[in-house]
Design a protein around this ligand. Structure first.
Ligand code: HEM
Ligand SMILES: *[C@@H]1O[C@H](CO)[C@@H](O)[C@H](O)[C@H]1NC(C)=O
Ligand SMILES: *[C@@H]1O[C@H](CO)[C@@H](O)[C@H](O)[C@H]1NC(C)=O
Ligand SMILES: *[C@@H]1O[C@H](CO)[C@@H](O)[C@H](O)[C@H]1NC(C)=O
Ligand SMILES: *[C@@H]1O[C@H](CO)[C@@H](O)[C@H](O)[C@H]1NC(C)=O
Ligand SMILES: *[C@@H]1O[C@H](CO)[C@@H](O)[C@H](O)[C@H]1NC(C)=O
Ligand SMILES: *[C@@H]1O[C@H](CO)[C@@H](O)[C@H](O)[C@H]1NC(C)=O
Length: 317
C-alpha cells in the first residue's frame, strides 16, 4: 500500500514536472524560483503610474503589440543595432509605442532578486494587468512561463498589427488570425478607454468621415489641422481619459469615437448590439475584457526550451 502510494506520487510528480515544461503557462510558474517577481512588477508599475498616469495605457498597448507579432515573446523590446532591425521602428510602433524604460527598470529589479529566471514577456503580461487594475479596471490571473524570443520581425509587425484605417471586416479578420473572436475584438478595443492618440492617426476620421458627431469633429479640428501638427495628442476617451471604464462604448453610441477604426464598431453594422450592451452594462464589458486579455496574453508563447530568458530586455543574451 505504502509502495503503491509512493509510486503514485512519483507518477504525479513526473506529470507535474512534465507539465511545467510542456508548453503550458501557469500562474504558479515562478512560485519556487522567484516568488517575489509579481510584487516587484506591480510596485514598478505603481511607481511609474504615480509619476505619469498615461504610462498605464502605454504599458497595456506594449503587451498588445508584443502579442500580435509572432506571439507574446517580448520581440517588440529588442533594440535595433548595426546588424539587426527589430520591431521598434515598424510603422505602428515608431514614435508611438512608449514604456520601454519602465520595463527595463522593472527587469533590472527582478534580475537583482532572481537573476536569469523571469522573462521579459512575462513582465509585459503582468505590467499590462497591473496597469489596468491601477486605473480602476478589472483584474485577472496572469499565467506565466513565456520565454523571450531570439529574434524579431519588422515586416511581421507591419503586417500583423491592426491600423486605424481598418473597417469592421478588416478588424474582424485581423483578430481572427490571432485566434481571437469577433466579441474578443470588440471587447479588447475597449482598451481605448485610456491613453492618447496622435493627430496623424485620427485626422482623416475628423475631416472625411460622416459617422462622427459634428461638434466633436469640430472641437478636434481646432488643434488637429488638415496638415501639420501630426504629433499633437487627443485622449482616446475624452470623458474619462485616465479611468478604465466602459465610457469608450458610451462615446461610440454617441458617434464620438476618436479613430476611424473605433467608430467602425458602431455605425449600423454587426458589432452594434455588443457595443450597446457594453455601454449599458459596464460589468459585462469588464468581464469580457479580462477574458480577452487572458486569451491575448496566451498567443503563441515560447515555452520549454524555446527562446531564452533575456538578461536585458533590449538585447538577446
Ligand atoms: C482594434 C484595433 C486597434 C487599432 C486599429 C488600434 C490603433 C491604435 C492607434 C492608432 C493608437 C494611437 C497611437 C498613436 O497615436 O501613436 C492606439 C493607442 C492605444 N491603443 Fe490601440 N488599437 C487597436 C486595438 C487595441 C488593443 C486590442 C489594445 C489593448 C488591449 C489597445 C490599446 C491601446 C492603448 C492603451 C492606446 C493608448 C496608448 C498610449 O497612450 O500610450 N489598442 N491604438
Ligand atoms: C515621469 O514622467 C515624465 C513625463 O510626465 C517623464 O518625462 C519622466 O521621465 C518620468 N520620470 C520617471 C522617474 O519615470
Ligand atoms: C522613425 O521615426 C524617426 C523619428 O523619430 C524617423 O527619423 C525615422 O525615419 C522613422 N523610422 C522609420 C523606419 O520609419
Ligand atoms: C531573424 O529574422 C529575420 C527575418 O525573419 C531572418 O532573416 C533572420 O535570419 C533571423 N535571424 C536569426 C538569427 O534567426
Ligand atoms: C473593408 O476594407 C477592405 C480593404 O481593406 C475592402 O476590401 C472591403 O471591401 C471593405 N469592406 C467593407 C464592408 O467596406
Ligand atoms: C480627405 O479626403 C480627400 C478626398 O479624398 C483627400 O484629398 C484628403 O487628403 C483626405 N484627408 C483630409 C485630412 O482631408
Ligand atoms: C544586435 O542585436 C541583436 C538582437 O538583440 C543581437 O543578437 C546582436 O548581438 C546585436 N549586435 C551588437 C553588435 O550588439
Amino acid at each position: 500500500m505504502a509502495a503503491h502510494k509512493t509510486t503514485l506520487c512519483l507518477i504525479l510528480l513526473a506529470a507535474c514536472l512534465a507539465a511545467a515544461t510542456d508548453g503550458k503557462l501557469s500562474p504558479e510558474y515562478y512560485s519556487t524560483t522567484c516568488p517575489g517577481a509579481p510584487a516587484i512588477v506591480q510596485a514598478g508599475v505603481v511607481a511609474a503610474l504615480k509619476n505619469e498616469t498615461r504610462m498605464g495605457a502605454s504599458l497595456l498597448r506594449l503587451h498588445f503589440h508584443d502579442c500580435f507579432v509572432n506571439g507574446c515573446d517580448a520581440s517588440i523590446l529588442l533594440d535595433d543595432n548595426a546588424t539587426f532591425v527589430g520591431e521598434k521602428t515598424a510603422s505602428p510602433n515608431n514614435k508611438s509605442i512608449r514604456g520601454y524604460e519602465v520595463i527595463d527598470k522593472i527587469k533590472g529589479q527582478v534580475e537583482k532578486e532572481c537573476p536569469g529566471v523571469v522573462s521579459c514577456a512575462d513582465i509585459l503580461a503582468l505590467a499590462a494587468r497591473d496597469s489596468v487594475v491601477y486605473l480602476g479596471g478589472p483584474s485577472w490571473e496572469v499565467s506565466l512561463g513565456r520565454r523571450d524570443s531570439l529574434n524579431a520581425s519588422k515586416e511581421a509587425a507591419e503586417v500583423s498589427l491592426p491600423e486605424p484605417t481598418f473597417n469592421l471586416s478588416d478588424l474582424a479578420v485581423n483578430f481572427w488570425a490571432q485566434g481571437l473572436s469577433f466579441r474578443d475584438m470588440v471587447a479588447l478595443s475597449g482598451a481605448h478607454t485610456i491613453g492618447m492618440a496622435r493627430c496623424t492617426t485620427f485626422r482623416d476620421h475628423i475631416y472625411n468621415d460622416s459617422d462622427i458627431e459634428p461638434s466633436f469633429a469640430r472641437s478636434l479640428q481646432q488643434f488637429c489641422p488638415p496638415r501639420g501638427h501630426d504629433d499633437v495628442l487627443a485622449p482616446l476617451d475624452l470623458r474619462t481619459p485616465a479611468q478604465f471604464d466602459n465610457s469608450y462604448y458610451v462615446n461610440l453610441v454617441n458617434y464620438k469615437g476618436l479613430l476611424h477604426s473605433d467608430q467602425e464598431l458602431f455605425h449600423g453594422d454587426s458589432a452594434d448590439p455588443i457595443v450597446r450592451n457594453y455601454a449599458d452594462e459596464p460589468a459585462v464589458f469588464l468581464e469580457d475584457f479580462a477574458k480577452g486579455m487572458i486569451k491575448m496574453g496566451e498567443i503563441k508563447p515560447l515555452t520549454g526550451s524555446a527562446g531564452e530568458i533575456r538578461k536585458f530586455c533590449g538585447k538577446v543574451n
